[in-house]
Write a protein that binds this ligand. Structure first.
Ligand SMILES: Nc1ncnc2c1ncn2[C@@H]1O[C@H](COP(=O)(O)OP(=O)(O)OP(=O)(O)O)[C@@H](O)[C@H]1O
Length: 279
């Protein structure tokens, strides 16, 4: 579904900076990050552990806010909203899928998927019909009455994807959705995400460690030194999405980045100095 376009981006990140402060130390995870995502894009975000992938995804989903910078969603400065306005934004526009599916174990697949509708006071019949349609789309028509414990890991993740799409969000964010799965099952999950992107037009952004899975997504970016650069230097598909001077930038040796990130983790397992220290 991805193509270079001149229309208004669905999301525009402008000069995003995210600094964490921990025990008096500052950690600048994202630094002057600029990126555009267009409606219908399929984006893979890669980068070594600690580079800031989850931080970026959390910002895209407004679960976290930048220290400075702007995020426009369909032209609107979303972080200018009140906290209830942000909650409404998330509820209406964003679906989340995480590494661990967070399904309710005592409910069936169907009930899990229709839960957002029931919470939102949708009529039961309507919620059920929508959930059935989504479960069919993710290939689980024959598993609707199974509880999560009676489903495989890949099937559970498909249920989580169906649930994330229940409210017809325009943006689907997935943080390592295959991190807990073997390669073949993970490939199946990426295929489902691509099919849903193509059939519903939902914009998909996936964080993944796995280069094989990332390769199935047309837009591939790397978090490197707090910015987003193409995974493949010179990748024309990034035109209009990252600034021209970053398009040809080659990533640093990932082992170097990982080594710096590891060095930033203190004995308590929490980052205590910056992978990209603030001068
Ligand atoms: N709330 C926080 N307070 C302090 N430091 C934080 C906080 N959240 C994240 N960090 C630090 O920010 C850095 C980036 O974290 P993030 O989770 O975004 O990395 P990641 O690229 O997703 O890593 P991984 O692949 O291991 O999940 C890490 O060094 C982390 O310790």
């Amino acid at each position: 579904m991805t193509e270079t376009t001149t229309t208004t981006p669905l999301i525009e990140l402008k000069g995003i900076h995210r600094r964490f402060e921990h025990r008096g130390q500052q950690l600048d995870v994202l630094r002057d990050l600029n990126f555009r995502i267009f409606a219908g894009d399929q984006v893979a975000i890669m980068g070594p552990s600690g580079a800031g992938k989850s931080t970026l995804l959390q910002l895209l989903g407004t679960l976290d806010a930048p220290t400075s910078g702007t995020m426009l969603f369909d032209g609107e400065d979303v972080f200018a909203r009140s906290s209830s306005g942000l909650a409404r934004f998330r509820n209406e526009q964003v679906g989340f899928v995480f590494q661990f599916h967070h399904l309710l174990p005592e409910f069936t697949a169907l009930e899990n998927v229709m839960m957002p509708g029931l919470i939102g006071r949708m009529r039961k019949g309507e919620a059920e019909a929508r959930a059935m349609e989504l479960l069919e789309k993710v290939g689980l028509k024959d598993r609707v009455q199974h509880q999560p414990g009676e489903l495989s890991g890949g099937e559970q993740q498909r249920v989580a994807i169906a649930r994330a799409l229940f409210k017809k969000p325009r943006l689907l964010l997935a943080d390592e959705p295959t991190g807990n799965l073997d390669l073949k099952t993970g490939a199946g999950i990426h295929a489902v995400l691509r099919e849903l992107n193509e059939s519903t037009g939902v914009t998909v952004v996936v964080v993944t460690h796995d280069p094989n899975l990332a390769e199935t997504m047309p837009i591939r970016v790397l978090v490197d030194q707090g910015q987003l650069i193409p995974q493949i230097p010179g990748d024309d598909r990034l035109k209009g999405r990252v600034s021209d001077d970053l398009i040809d930038q080659a990533p640093r040796d990932p082992r170097q980045v990982a080594a710096v990130a590891d060095a930033s983790v203190g004995a308590d397992g929490v980052a205590s100095s910056a992978p990209t220290p603030h001068a």
